[in-house]
Design a protein around this ligand. Structure first.
Ligand code: SF4
Ligand code: SF4
Length: 287
């Protein structure tokens, strides 16, 4: 059976990706998924060698055949997104504003409109020293990132099954949007990385609501601790009230950003290795 774990944080900058990269370096064999398709950073932090890539087609968009178009204008009239206009030669054409609703396709009396796949990004399979990494790039301004995350998660499951690997570790996107939902549905456990700050606490509460909605158990790693002990206690109480368990704390330590700027993970700092090893064990065994 393939076990799936998501590393999540309610906000950006909590340290989620650096923790994930360190865990990925420690695990003996793993399939990793970088689900932050708007700002994919795991391929930068890990030594990953690209094996293959394929286009991601999010939605279909309309295309007008100028040969058969009679210029009746009905498509432009019905388009709620004002995505059809006439060019200088008064030919009708579809602009980038097309939302793919297909209303024009159905109304065109000359059958001059086709719905064609629209490329919105690229998905990649890369090799890691201890497994594989699925990652993706959404073209800036493109939508449907939830579907792209679902795609690469499905590819990860296929790779894990084919290679006989039983653990998928997902580096989720920050926040609690549809991308976060696409990153945690169906997982066995979430590791929530929570920054010890007021915004970190508030964002954890939102993430905890999401995890409760999907009935996913979670562990909490509190990051950048020690600045405000009172807030630390408040986070502890909140985690318990939300049904989570604090598995560890990483203090506010300037050596960490220094290590990251050298493209090293947290493992470069020996003080954190026992904590990370403990987290790895729990992620592989807890239910
Ligand atoms: S509805 Fe069809 S025929 Fe009429 S302008 Fe649009 S594409 Fe051309
Ligand atoms: S598919 Fe919908 S949004 Fe796109 S051009 Fe046609 S009517 Fe407009």
């Amino acid at each position: 059976m393939i076990r799936q774990i998501s590393v999540m944080s309610g906000k950006g900058g909590a340290g989620k990706t650096s923790v994930t990269a360190a865990l990925l370096n420690l695990l003996p064999q793993v399939v990793a998924v970088d689900a932050d398709v708007n700002a994919s950073n795991l391929p930068i932090l890990l030594t990953a060698q690209k094996l293959s890539e394929s286009g991601y087609y999010g939605t279909e968009v309309a295309q007008i055949s100028t040969e058969s178009c009679t210029a009746c204008g009905r498509c432009a009239e019905i388009c709620a997104f004002a995505a059809i206009r006439q060019d200088e030669q008064r030919k009708f054409l579809v602009t980038d504003d097309c939302e793919g609703c297909a209303a024009c396709f159905w109304i065109c009396p000359a059958q001059s409109i086709s719905m064609i796949p629209h490329r919105a990004g690229t998905q990649y399979l890369s090799r890691l020293e201890n497994g594989f990494l699925l990652h993706a790039e959404l073209i800036p301004g493109e939508d449907n990132s939830g579907k792209l995350i679902a795609n690469i998660r499905e590819l990860a499951r296929k790779v894990a099954a084919e290679e006989g690997l039983d653990l998928i570790l997902i580096d989720g996107p920050p926040g609690t949007s549809c991308q976060a939902i696409a990153s945690l549905t169906g997982v066995d456990m979430v590791l929530a990385v929570v920054e010890e700050s007021l915004s970190g606490l508030s964002d954890y509460q939102r993430l905890a609501q999401l995890m409760a909605r999907f009935r996913i158990p979670h562990l909490v790693l509190v990051n950048k601790t020690g600045v405000d002990p009172e807030l630390g206690k408040q986070i502890e109480t909140t985690v318990t009230a939300c049904g989570g368990e604090i598995i560890g704390r990483i203090p506010f330590d300037l050596e960490i950003p220094r290590a990251l700027s050298r493209r090293e993970t947290l493992l470069a700092l020996p003080a954190y290795r026992p904590l990370l090893e403990n987290i790895c064990t729990r992620l592989q065994t807890s239910s």
